[in-house]
Design a protein around this ligand. Sequence first.
Ligand SMILES: Nc1ncnc2c1ncn2[C@@H]1O[C@H](COP(=O)(O)OP(=O)(O)OP(=O)(O)O)[C@@H](O)[C@H]1O
Length: 328
Amino acid sequence: MAKRNILKVEDLSVFFKINEGVVRAVENVSFELKNGESIGLVGESGCGKTTTALAIMGMLPGNGYVDSGKIFFDGNNIIKNTELEWQNYRWNKIAMIFQGAMNSLNPVMKINDQIGEAIKLHNPSITKEKLKRRVIELFKLVGLDEKRINYYPHEFSGGMKQRVMIAMALACNPNLIIGDEPTTALDVMVQAQIIDLINDLRKKLNMSMIIITHDLSIISEMCDKIAVMYAGNIVEVGYIEDIIENHKHPYTEKLIKAFPNIYGDKKMVESIPGTPPNLLDPPKGCRFHPRCHKSRDICKSFIPEYTVFKNEHFVACHVAKEGNMSEA
Ligand SMILES: Nc1ncnc2c1ncn2[C@@H]1O[C@H](COP(=O)(O)OP(=O)(O)OP(=O)(O)O)[C@@H](O)[C@H]1O
């Protein structure tokens, strides 16, 4: 049976007002996620990954706003949510593990009380007995020893604290979890354990997931799909094997060459010349054209539309489109 979409982001544009003008942080972003699937948002710092996630959570900062577009969660356009609807939906349906959140655990509060608070927030009438049982259940789920339930955060290692953050995100049984750099700041061995844990939980709980990272190798271990973002746009999106082995966008090509471990052989890492544009005044046409080694005149003036390659593989690039037409 075909899986249904849990999330569909359609032409989403999110801007920020600042004194100097309007930051076009996310523009015309579209992607879909099926039930139980995992997608990685990847791209350089400032390309709009976290902003996309915050829009899906209904948690944009005060100067941020959705300029246009739709976000369907389970078929409902949540952009139109009232504050009360957001409250019922956030954490219950979609939860987020924030970047560096493990460092924000309250140092003078025991871990079980902190997880308990996350549960009580959405279930205030829960009995003490049920609350205790649920905390223990969550502890076990994320591989923590229940004997340590009364410990304080300083008695936990970085990896254990990140497990606590995952337990808190799972507290209300969400259908979708967003992890913003969920393994950054952990050493490589612990990073691998957390990746294994998240992968296991996803299968066990049939959860959908969005992983935000700079690191393509993490995405290849955790995700079914990749959305490559550049300067507020998704330039290429598709299933992982299509993107890694058959990418079409020059930016994806450069990004993959910056991560040699994707191929496993000893290739030199190549940096991408230039820097991403200022989103107060992004370049006309394709935003990547000033840095693109394949750029043509058309790229300077016209925004590329998505070309559909096979199997939900979409690419926004004039040059890739021409190549596709000449192959047809
Ligand atoms: N509150 C804000 N006010 C103004 N501009 C903002 C605000 N938040 C983010 N931005 C800008 O929006 C753009 C996208 O930022 P965002 O944090 O979404 O990028 P990112 O890809 O998640 O970056 P990183 O990988 O560094 O976390 C950037 O140009 C950033 O400076």
